[in-house]
Design a protein around this ligand. Structure first.
Ligand code: ATP
Length: 306
């Protein structure tokens, strides 16, 4: 694509945390995380064009407005564009249109995905050719899940989730995703975890070793057994109906089920693509979630598609 390109289209995936271990609250208000990120083929698509002024518009695949996503400078995609423009003195404001499939406030890092998508799109549109490691550093400043959205695949995240090392697995995982009726705000879920821990220290998930050896074994049953999320109890405490969704997915035949990240999306690991289709149909029939999707991973991170 030439440097005079007027429009760039980027696709960027949602993530599931196969394992999410949350450390205690630090004095600076953050928690140390050890997590295994996994990118799945549920995508937001961004079209970025040169324009008279910066703008961001978010629509659903049917072009309907999407609730709960800021339209202006507070949109993470817009912030990413401005951040890149400032550092690289890029010329030309951009109009960003996001077609959103990743659930909003769903624990699948949709906002972070859009920020990563905007970085990749603007870099191409402006011809700034920012080196990949510099783009990753800017991504980390924008949010702890943004570097993974840039990279995709499967990766261990440490620190606040922003320090990544790739997991080289060819194992394809088949998922059913249960989308929640209402979103959950990530800070509220971490706050609830702190409260639960202060009241009685609920069980914690083990380190990542079991998950990494399960992925290396290519045994989906072992991966299912190793799924874990320290935020799950907090998400269920805030939305007790999630317990029923998790039970319904397992009863429908999933090998394992977890709350994704801070929730309320639930992610069910299935034996095969066919099994996922069957579980999805049955889960949808239980009425325990707003809607149901099948997905698989790993997939690459933010990529230019046109
Ligand atoms: P995470 O899993 O990264 O903690 P999430 O997936 O639960 O986050 P997001 O969909 O990323 O949640 O949205 C979190 C909040 O960020 C929303 O309440 C929304 O107001 C704000 N936000 C800003 N920009 C965006 C964007 N482009 N898409 C979605 N939300 C955005």
């Amino acid at each position: 694509m030439s440097r005079s390109t007027q429009e760039v289209r980027v696709r960027v995936p949602a993530k599931i945390n196969l394992l999410l271990a949350v450390g205690d609250l630090r004095p600076d208000g953050y928690h140390d995380l050890v997590t295994v990120f996994h990118a799945v083929d549920l995508f937001d698509e961004l079209v970025v064009r040169l324009a008279d002024r910066h703008s961001v518009r978010t629509v659903s695949p049917g072009s309907k407005a999407v609730a709960g996503v800021p339209a202006g400078a507070r949109n993470l995609a817009g912030m990413a564009a401005r951040r890149l423009a400032k550092e690289y003195r890029a010329t030309g404001p951009v109009a960003i249109e996001i077609t959103k499939q990743i659930p909003v406030a769903g624990g699948m890092a949709g906002g972070s995905a859009d920020a990563a998508g905007a970085l990749v799109a603007c870099d191409r549109l402006w011809g700034t050719d920012v080196p990949r490691d510099r783009l990753a550093a800017i991504a980390a400043e924008l949010g702890s899940d943004v570097p993974f959205a840039l990279r995709g695949g499967t990766a261990v995240g440490t620190g606040r989730g922003n320090l990544l090392s790739p997991v080289l697995t060819r194992m394809q995982l088949h998922w059913v995703l249960g989308l929640g009726h209402e979103g959950l705000l990530t800070p509220a879920v971490f706050g609830e975890l702190d409260r639960l821990r202060a009241a009685g220290d609920p069980p914690r998930v083990p380190g990542v070793e079991d998950m990494l050896s399960a992925l290396a074994s290519h045994d989906v049953h072992r991966v299912a057994a190793a799924l874990g999320n320290d935020l799950q109890a907090a998400a269920i405490s805030l939305q007790p109906g999630l317990r029923r969704t998790l039970q319904a997915g397992l009863q429908a035949g999933a090998l394992g089920g977890i709350v994704s990240g801070s929730g309320p999306t639930t992610a069910f690991l299935c034996e095969s693509a066919q099994a996922a289709a069957d579980v999805a149909t049955e889960l949808a029939g239980t009425g325990t979630c707003r809607s149901v999707r099948v997905a698989s991973g790993p997939v690459p991170g933010a990529r230019v598609i046109g």
